[in-house]
Design a protein around this ligand. Structure first.
Ligand SMILES: Cc1cc2nc3c(=O)[nH]c(=O)nc-3n(C[C@H](O)[C@H](O)[C@H](O)COP(=O)(O)OP(=O)(O)OC[C@H]3O[C@@H](n4cnc5c(N)ncnc54)[C@H](O)[C@@H]3O)c2cc1C
Ligand code: FES
Ligand code: FES
Length: 493
């Protein structure tokens, strides 16, 4: 298949759509509303918070017979990343004979809508959940429904009628019988394209006359090669940060390299002791991966943004972005995660604890990128605890998130690792707090000793989201709570 250079091709309700002449940074939301005139999908915040813009993006499943859908905030996603995929908007749900989707029907009967602005987004989030459960023959629980609505704000109705509707609606598959064959037709290449003289041809989705491009490579080698040639290119993973830059700061990168079509980067490799998590693996997948070994890490991820954010956002994007309040980093730091960094055909491993060199500054060299995150598995006697403190429970930014790993041997704490976000210009380990705990028993560790270690570790600074007095108190209490619970729960080597 030859890829044309000014056209994004995707499947919409049994038809191949060709979006011709769009910009690299046109969002899915703008295209859906302004070009497809599907105005059911709404723009509320244009920053991934309200969920009025939720749509379902489909990719052919591994069996080649079905489509896997993920809910996404269409305001955050760039249209060229849709190339080779399928799209379902709220208009896709109604059958040709006018029958509503069971979720829509239940929203009517349960009075789940008032002004209606949030309703299409809510219906799409619930229709995605309904499809997932129909595929495995189960009904969603109240908790699963509450979780799936984390990113859908309704300011009129109150959530009870909406949750009632979700409980009432029977799980139903998304109608996509005609889409599978079409998805096969427009599938992007899965292997590198080699030119006549043996060189790799990185096919753009879009290219302007000036030579600016949106490329969607198929292999890591292509990504690496492209970055060597264009070291200032923007890597696009889940787009939950880049989408913000596009919408709120009017960022218009010349070269965008989309990682979502690189199968190697979407894979998780496993050995007896470690997982190697590719840079394009979604946080939703990481949440499932760590759920039994590190339930607190999974809980931090469960409260990370919302399902449409987590369905595309990645660990690598969180790490590379390097926000002081990035939530995955304290967990990864306390677990001594390593990053595989690639430049050209060379890779090196860097501990995440040595990755940051300053506020929003890191060890990546020009043309280098994060290929994967290596995470050790839990071992016998090891405890891992983490908790995010924020004003709201769901969909909020950390005041601080603390993560801690340790062992208890002979009644004393060993191999202690403590890391925080929100207390310093970038997330970091707190060596002085670790020293205040290492080799001691629970009754030798006082709140005062942890307070002193916190004061010696960080510069006291009030922030928009919390005062220093609050943050440092929470930082101390989390450590004391983790230690106390571990001894009362009898974590022993
Ligand atoms: C509504 C909303 C809620 C959010 N909630 C949270 C939250 O609770 N906690 C939190 O920590 N964050 C949160 N975020 C921030 C964001 O979701 C995370 O930082 C996310 O992990 C970014 O991943 P991404 O794949 O979407 O990155 P992208 O937006 O694709 O990229 C982010 C940056 O990383 C770079 N990059 C991406 N991949 C690589 C790579 N492999 N190598 C090198 N550089 C790379 C990009 O070039 C870009 O500079 C939220 C954002 C939104 C919009
Ligand atoms: S418009 Fe608010 S999440 Fe997209
Ligand atoms: S019905 Fe008005 S915001 Fe939800």
């Amino acid at each position: 298949m030859t890829q044309v250079t000014n056209t994004v091709r995707f499947v919409l309700d049994g038809q191949i759509k060709e979006a011709v002449g769009v910009r690299r940074t046109t969002t899915v939301l703008d295209y859906v509303r302004e070009s497809l005139h599907r105005t059911g999908t709404k723009e509320g915040c244009a920053e991934g918070d309200c969920g009025a813009c939720v749509v379902l993006v489909g990719e052919l499943a591994a069996d080649g017979k079905t489509v896997n859908y993920i809910p996404t905030n269409s305001c955050m996603q760039l249209l060229p990343s849709l190339d080779g995929k399928s799209l379902k908007t709220v208009e896709s749900l109604q059958s040709a004979d006018g029958t509503l989707h069971p979720v829509q029907e239940a929203m009517v009967t349960c009075h789940g809508s008032q002004c209606g602005f949030c309703t299409p987004g809510i219906v799409m989030s619930l229709a995605g959940l309904s499809d997932t459960h129909a595929k495995c023959g189960t009904c969603p629980s109240r908790t699963q429904i509450n979780d799936v609505l984390q990113g859908n704000l309704c300011r009129c109705t109150g959530y009870k009628p909406i949750v009632d509707a979700a409980l009432q609606a029977s799980p139903t598959l998304i109608q996509d019988a005609a889409d599978v064959a079409l998805l096969k037709q427009i599938q992007r290449p899965t292997e590198a394209t080699i030119g006549l003289d043996g060189q790799t041809v990185i096919q753009p989705v879009l290219r302007t006359k000036k030579g600016n491009e949106f490329v969607a490579p198929a292999t890591i080698a292509e990504v690496a090669e492209y970055l060597l040639a264009h070291p200032k290119a923007s890597l696009l993973a889940g787009s939950t940060e880049i989408g913000l830059h596009v919408n709120k700061q009017f960022s218009r990168p010349d070269h965008i390299v989309y990682l979502g079509n690189v199968a190697e980067l979407k894979a998780i490799k496993e050995t007896a002791t470690h997982w190697t998590i590719g840079a394009a693996v979604s946080l939703t997948a990481v949440e499932s991966l760590v759920a039994s070994a590190y339930p607190d890490f999974a809980e931090v991820l469960r409260r990370f943004g919302s399902p449409p954010i987590r369905s595309t956002a990645t660990l690598a994007g969180n790490i590379a972005n390097g926000s002081p309040i990035g939530d995955s980093m304290p967990c990864l730091m306390a677990l001594d995660a390593e990053l595989i960094l690639r430049k050209g055909d060379k890779t090196r491993k860097v501990s995440i604890n040595n990755f940051y060199t300053g506020m929003k500054a890191n060890a990546l060299q020009s043309g280098e990128f994060i290929e994967a995150v290596v995470l050790r598995k839990a071992t016998a006697g090891m405890a891992f605890r983490a908790h995010k403190v924020s004003k709201r429970f769901d969909q909020d930014i950390s005041a601080t998130c603390c993560a801690m790993s340790f062992e208890v041997a002979g009644g004393t704490f060993k191999n202690v690792r403590v890391a925080y976000n929100g207390l310093s210009p970038y997330p970091m380990r707190a060596a002085k707090i670790e020293a205040a705990i290492e080799g001691k028993s629970a009754d030798q560790i006082t709140a005062d000793s942890i307070d002193d270690a916190i004061a010696a570790s960080f510069t006291a600074r009030d922030g928009l989201r919390a005062t220093w007095a609050y943050r440092s108190l929470v930082a101390r209490n989390l450590v004391m709570q983790f230690l106390e619970e571990s001894t009362s729960e009898g974590v022993t080597a």
